[in-house]
Write a protein that binds this ligand. Structure first.
Ligand SMILES: C[S@@+](CC[C@H](N)C(=O)[O-])C[C@H]1O[C@@H](n2cnc3c(N)ncnc32)[C@H](O)[C@@H]1O
Length: 248
């Protein structure tokens, strides 16, 4: 544990994070194992991007890395030189440390809130990364927070670096409420191995914590902060998730 850096957390906060992790971990594993969120397809596109875009050694910062299980797979047979993972959850980082060992690179992990840590990194002006990667974690922030956050990522990228975002995205004509309704209909229909208790937890999580934006909102944010363009490299058949690549 000692080689996971801790950032500004009290014992109470750490306890709450651990409890929450244990409850949600089992359900998330079920979701991953049954590919309910389409991780398999989207991470195979991520792998392709990493292989094709980075033809020489590159560095990656992952925000909200969780246990880094799928990232480790996506990094296999790429030119990754160093990887830094950030997450709130110590138990997840403990597993991430094991998972990343399949990849030949220098890996470090920091426990803490990525909003605070990114602000620190941006202020220190001492670190840049060829890739900043975030998967299913940005949508918890509100629009103004996302805007500020993405603005802070820009100076953390090398000149031809990319911010790679995998996340839920609303359709142009959808408001949040309509999106949540559509999403929950999909969960009810397709996530058939969830128990009713697990379904309620998922429903509660989605209803309280999911704040998806439209692709055009991401376009506007990226233009505002001086990214040259965004490419949508994949969207799932239900149009719930996208793989977006922001070019510096
Ligand atoms: C839905 S999981 C996604 C995990 C992994 N990236 C994936 O796609 O499978 C969201 C992860 O983001 C982390 N997370 C959420 N908010 C965070 C924050 N403010 N700072 C750091 N980590 C955060 C959670 O602990 C969790 O591991």
């Amino acid at each position: 544990m000692s080689d996971i850096a801790l950032f500004n957390q009290t014992e109470d906060e750490l306890g709450r994070v651990k409890e929450c992790f244990n409850q949600q971990w089992k359900i998330y594993q079920k979701v991953l194992n049954n590919n309910y969120m389409g991780h398999r397809e989207i991470y195979s596109h991520l792998h392709e991007l990493l292989v094709n875009y980075f033809q020489k050694p590159f560095t990656m910062l992952e925000l909200g890395c969780g246990d880094a299980s799928l990232t480790s797979q996506a990094l296999l047979n790429t030119h990754i030189a160093s990887y830094k993972g950030i997450d709130l959850s110590i138990p997840a980082l403990e597993i991430a440390k094991q998972n990343i060992t399949i990849v030949q690179c220098n890996a470090t992990f920091t426990q803490g809130d990525f909003c605070e840590l990114v602000a620190e990194l941006a202020q220190s002006q001492q670190n840049t990364f060829d890739a900043i990667f975030m998967s299913f974690a940005l949508h918890h922030l509100h629009l103004e927070q996302k805007d500020r956050f993405i603005g802070q990522l820009k100076p953390l990228l090398t000149s031809d670096g990319v911010f790679i975002l995998i996340d839920i995205v609303r359709q142009k004509e959808e408001d949040r409420e309509t999106y949540i309704k559509r999403c929950l209909e999909g969960v009810q229909k397709h996530w058939s191995l969830l128990t009713s208790e697990e379904y309620l937890m998922v429903e509660n999580h989605i209803t309280s914590s999911d704040f998806p934006e439209t692709q055009s909102t991401f376009q506007e944010i990226s233009q505002k902060h001086g990214f040259t363009r965004i490419d949508c490299l994949y969207h799932d058949p239900l149009n719930i998730t996208q793989l977006l690549c922001f070019h510096n």
